[in-house]
Design a protein around this ligand. Structure first.
Ligand code: NAP
Length: 320
């Protein structure tokens, strides 16, 4: 089969399409015939060798995939050959024609969700769910500001928050991105490149600010987020690409808090709850992954460049 292999950390050009042996399923494992693989920003940090988690070389990138169960190992009971599934992490890498997963990493994919959409389920929706509900403790009736709502995690956060009865304000850097944010359920869409967008947030929230801010770029925004919090408001840091300075007084006076998360350290019982909630949302139509670009597996390097460019529009997925 074909798979993307990385033999040295570096730029997108280190992603090479190679012929590798087809995998088999050991006890407790599942081989998935990958129909689409999701591209996440973290895949680029790992490829560059700058992330806390460094795989041993060579490796196949990718945590998210959707496809059909090809084979199951001894003792597997949750799925059988032929089932449509999405993978929440893999053992051998998702950027491949086939991938091996542990039984707990595989979840059913409802028939109404395409494989390309299925490849955009795991990291985006699990992160958005954890940020909003498990870390941020979001409640119906609250106002959430999704700071960076046009990409994978942002669209998921908008859909989840809207379905949970929250007032949703999202940002995007392009008109097309803001159209998407409104279409996916935000009550207001602001331009995070406009000079006055934070004043606009105050105005559309009736001067109250946000109960929760889901922050995709904390190194740029965290200091400016804090004065936008309502009393007892929470910022949940999801993304950050460098250091940032804050004034702690901006949260003290409002009993505010800064929380943060990494999906990679979420405990198994929390992950089980997350995927149960995601399945329900996919099935009842409140969660609808948006695929902005489908790129052939062989052009994984192009996908890695695209995911780091401005002008997000849902997910980028690779098609083997
Ligand atoms: P993505 O699909 O590439 O989307 C990036 C988003 O950030 C877009 O909505 C983009 O908007 C927005 N953005 C760009 N400049 C911004 C600014 N100045 N202020 C606010 N937003 C801005 O990425 P993603 O998959 O949604 O991930 C978002 C971030 O979260 C990444 O940094 C990623 O590494 C991180 N992440 C963390 C976890 C975790 O476990 N903590 C999990 C998943 C993702 P425009 O393109 O419209 O400008």
């Amino acid at each position: 089969m074909k798979a993307i292999r990385v033999h040295e950390f570096g730029g997108p050009e280190v992603l090479k399409l190679e012929e590798v042996p087809n995998p088999s399923a050991a006890p407790g494992q599942i081989v998935v015939d990958v129909k689409a693989a999701g591209v996440n920003p973290v895949d680029t940090y790992i490829r560059a060798g700058t992330y806390t988690f460094k795989p041993s070389l060579p490796y196949t990138p990718g945590m998210d995939a959707a496809g059909v169960v090809e084979a199951v190992g001894q003792g597997v009971t949750r799925v059988k050959a032929g089932d449509r599934v999405y993978a929440a992490g893999t053992l051998t890498g998702a950027y491949a024609q086939e991938t091996v997963c542990a039984e707990t990493q595989v979840h059913p994919l409802p028939a109404k969700i395409s494989f390309a959409q299925g490849a955009g389920v795991n990291v985006p929706y699990a992160t958005a769910y954890r940020a909003l509900f498990q870390i941020g403790q979001a409640r119906a009736g609250e106002t959430v500001f999704v700071h960076g709502a046009s990409g994978g995690v942002g669209v998921a956060a908008v859909q989840l928050a809207r379905a949970a009865g929250m007032t949703v304000i999202g940002t995007a850097g392009t008109p097309k991105g803001r159209e998407l944010v409104l279409r996916e359920g935000a009550h207001h869409a602001l331009d995070h490149r406009a000079a006055n967008y934070l004043e606009q947030l105050r105005s559309v929230s009736g001067g109250r600010g946000a109960d929760i801010i889901v922050e995709m770029l904390a190194n740029v925004n965290l200091g400016k987020d804090l004065p936008l919090l309502a009393a007892r408001g929470r910022v949940v840091v999801v993304g950050s690409r460098g250091p940032v300075e804050i004034n702690a007084r901006d949260i003290m006076g409002r009993d505010g808090s800064i929380r943060a998360m990494s999906l990679l350290v979420a405990p198994p019982e929390d992950l089980a709850g997350i995927h149960a909630a995601i399945y329900a949302g996919l099935e009842n139509g409140t969660l609808r992954p948006v695929v902005g670009q489908e790129i052939p597996l062989a052009e994984a390097a192009r996908a890695h460049k695209a995911v780091m460019e401005p002008g997000a529009h849902g997910k980028i997925v690779l098609v083997p």
